[in-house]
Ligand binder design. Structure first.
Ligand SMILES: [Zn+2]
Length: 407
């Protein structure tokens, strides 16, 4: 296999999580008596451009099915993050009623609704029918397509070139990252700005976040690599921010290569930091597998020990990262009888692979387990707050990543 960005042969292994079903392929009771599709879940790193990437296995269309269940608005913390972003970027770029904002992967309108409220014209791009419908119900125009060069050019021809193109947690999810980047170039007005947020591979490595690896997530990016990809499409990264979201993300700011805005010191500083931490050496990537296995083994040992002691355990958050951990560890309902999630679309379904039932959050309060394992550790503080009444009654909270913690 060759690198998705630069075409070099991929020789360096990064992570092998065995085989797993697509992490968002939640199952109905009926599905449980049918065969389930598993794909290899392996990552390699390119030693030319340092793009960490999944091995090829399946087309994007088969993974993002019409009933894809992730609704961004389910997380209050994420909604607040989106509202803050809209306020800041509107001020920084001076956006107004004559501007055009395009969000790629606009999901259920969790972010664009803030632009609608401010009277700033916007357009969402979202191929998933259920979330696109939710956004349209909020008055947000949505194109139900995958974004790439063809759509970027079409938008420009239709007079929908953007002053701001934004994409949160989509850049790492596209199979053809070059085509996607050329699409942004095509749809960006002269003087326009791109902002993309994606998990920072430097944090993934340092914080053992192997569970953020899943099939739908094709690329794991450093600033160095993102800059290279932007550059190859005639764009330039001129600023960057480090964000605490999703265990440590980058927000990169892009513009046309010939834009007069100067590249900030933040870019130079972070590039140097990545180099200092070894992100351009094979050695750093080669040692990650052993660390992922350690985290997995500790989580499994905890569940086995709790079972032996007759303690009850439940999980909170039927997130994709939970599926990666549980399937890598081979956990089934005998060790983890149920998981609760606030998203109605997931309730009364089953986790792919592990077949653990997903129930309404009230259940966890009623049953008062001895331990609650919080699978989406990135929102652990929010979950602990929601379940404060359980803690008062003696329930302890467990997170597996970056290392097993029982609080
Ligand atoms: Zn490469």
């Amino acid at each position: 296999m060759n690198c998705r960005h630069c075409g070099s042969a991929l020789r360096c292994d990064f992570l092998d999580l065995g085989f797993a079903p697509p992490s968002n392929a939640y199952l109905t009771a009926e599905d449980l008596s049918k065969p389930e599709l598993y794909f290899p879940l392996r990552l390699k790193v390119c030693e030319e451009c340092w793009l960490v990437q999944t091995e090829d296995y399946a087309s994007a269309e088969s993974l993002f099915s019409a009933d894809y269940a992730y609704f961004s608005s389910a997380s209050k913390g994420w909604l607040a993050h989106a509202a803050r972003y809209v306020e800041t970027i509107t001020r920084r770029l001076g956006l107004d009623r004559k501007s055009m904002v395009v969000e790629i992967a606009s999901n259920d309108g969790y972010l664009l609704k803030n632009f609608v409220a401010a009277g700033i014209p916007c357009l969402g791009i979202e191929p998933t029918a259920s979330t696109a419908e939710a956004a349209e119900a909020l008055g947000i125009p949505v194109r139900r397509e995958f974004f790439g060069e063809a759509l970027g050019k079409a938008l420009a021809e239709e007079g929908k070139s953007a002053d701001l193109i934004l994409g949160n947690n989509v850049y790492a999810h596209v199979p053809d990252i070059n085509d996607f980047t050329r699409g942004m170039k095509a749809a960006l007005k002269p003087g326009g700005t791109i902002t993309l947020e994606f998990p920072h591979v430097m944090r993934l490595i340092e914080e053992n976040q192997f569970d953020t690896v899943y099939h739908e997530h094709f690329s794991y990016l450093s600033l160095y690599t993102a800059r290279k990809i932007f550059g190859s499409a005639g764009l330039r990264v001129f600023d960057v921010e480090e964000l605490p979201t999703h265990g440590g993300s980058l927000r990169v700011y892009g513009c046309h290569a010939d834009d007069p805005r100067e590249t900030t010191d933040a870019v130079t500083t972070l590039l140097a930091e990545e180099e200092r931490r070894g992100l351009r050496t094979s050695a750093l990537y080669a040692q990650f597998q052993a660390r992922a296995e350690q985290v997995k083994n500790d989580a499994l040992a905890f569940l086995l020990e709790a079972k032996r002691e007759g303690k009850t355990v439940a999980a909170y958050g039927a997130a994709a990262k939970g599926n990666t951990l549980l399937n890598f560890a081979g956990v089934k309902p005998d060790l983890l009888p149920f998981v609760c999630d606030a998203a109605a679309a997931k309730q009364n379904k089953f986790m792919p692979g592990s077949h653990i039932p997903i129930l309404h959050p009230d259940t966890i309060v009623e049953r008062r387990p001895d331990y609650v394992m919080i699978l989406p550790w990135n929102i652990a503080a929010e979950v602990r707050q929601q379940l404060a009444s359980l803690a008062e009654q003696g329930t302890r909270f467990v997170t597996a990543v970056p290392r097993l913690q029982i609080a």
